[in-house]
Design a protein around this ligand. Structure first.
Ligand code: CUA
Length: 352
């Protein structure tokens, strides 16, 4: 941060320019309307002031066209604000399909961050410039808010449910990370920095941080430890290719199998029961920390997706298993044995 006075923070993400233009528009419109209203109040107060004690002006109704005109002008202005804002909001809610997925766990009073390749950091986020990033965030205690003014992003991070935020950093540098929701005594200390680096510097940074285990590996281990496979794929629904698919539920509705659905199904399995199956699964709320659940979710997301990573036979056997940009694959996840990742997902023959 340099010392010269600036009206706005750095403009360092793909959203910054758009958010600034909208903010400028809202500010200019508000200032103009305020000036016109205040100016007219002052002008009329003087022009129509009472000059004698028995001054009684005649009552005048505004003309119909005056009313129509100012209603229409304000209506159009407000609609412009609405659609402009909604368009940016919707873009901010749809992560780029190739985004790097980073897990964020907030707790009083720190940000715990884990990269897909396993590197962990606290109150710091290192990312490469020009590469979209998707944050999947959860809180272990109260509501926090992940805010990076230079990126023009701010997203509440709440206990018991994932919130996501994506952006593409566009400028190398260091930027403030704030918690922007009062979360207790040390709320104002719950700060950090986002370091945006050139790709090669980022790779060097990744290589310099020791990794015990990646989220997917940890998830796979938990998956085995808790014996998930004893049921799933047999008398419980198969998880292969589940992520990104529309899942039919027993109440007739469907739900998109996203991160939040997977999380909820581990913590509170009775909330959404897959059509054709009973309420058999126990809750793992007591056994698993939020970070462990995130690791499990990361692992489950790879089931099915892993197939297209296999050379040769996999792609031809299962062309549509990998969800593309949230679009559910149109094939069923029961695949021939050749298309399965080795040792990870033995698929029982038969139903589902
Ligand atoms: Cu966390 Cu304020």
């Amino acid at each position: 941060m340099n010392t010269k006075f600036r009206l706005l923070p750095d403009s360092a993400s793909n959203f910054a320019g758009d958010v600034d233009k909208l903010t400028l528009f809202l500010t200019v419109v508000s200032v103009i309307i305020t000036l016109v209203v205040c100016g007219l109040i002052a002008f009329f107060a003087i022009k129509y002031r009472r000059r004698h004690v028995d001054d009684m002006p005649p009552r005048e109704e505004p003309g119909r066209w005056t009313e129509i005109l100012w209603s229409a002008v304000l209506f159009v202005l407000l609609m412009v604000m609405f659609f402009w804002g909604a368009e940016i909001y919707m873009r901010m809610k749809r992560p780029a399909p190739n985004a790097t997925e980073i897990n964020v766990t907030a707790k009083r009073w720190m940000w715990k961050i884990q990269h897909p390749s396993g590197q962990r950091e606290i109150n710091e986020l290192h990312i490469p410039v020009g590469q979209p990033v998707k944050l999947t965030m959860i809180s272990e205690d109260v509501i926090h808010s992940f805010s990076v003014p230079a990126f023009r992003i701010k997203q509440d991070v709440i206990p018991g449910s994932y919130s996501t935020q994506w952006f593409t950093p566009t400028k190398v540098g260091e930027y403030h990370l704030f918690c922007q929701e009062y979360c207790g005594t040390l709320h104002s200390d719950m700060i950090g920095r986002v370091v945006v680096m050139e790709e090669k510097d980022y790779q060097a940074w990744l290589a310099g941080v020791s990794v015990n285990v990646t989220p997917v590996e940890e998830g796979a281990k938990l998956f085995a430890t808790y014996g998930c496979l004893t049921c799933h794929g047999q008398n419980a629904p198969s998880l292969a290719g589940l992520f990104g698919r529309q899942q039919k539920l027993d109440d007739g509705s469907t739900v998109l199998a996203d991160e939040e659905y997977l999380r909820e199904s581990i913590i509170n399995p009775a909330a959404k029961v897959v059509a054709g199956y009973g309420r058999l699964m126990p809750s793992f709320r007591a056994q698993l920390s939020d970070e462990q659940v995130s690791a499990l979710v990361s692992y489950i997301k790879t089931l099915g997706a892993a197939k297209s990573d296999e050379p040769g036979q996999a792609n031809s056997a299962a062309p549509a298993t990998q969800p593309v940009n949230g679009v559910p694959p149109n094939s069923v996840p029961n695949l021939p044995p050749a298309a399965q990742p080795p040792g990870v997902w033995p698929q029982p023959s038969g139903e589902n």
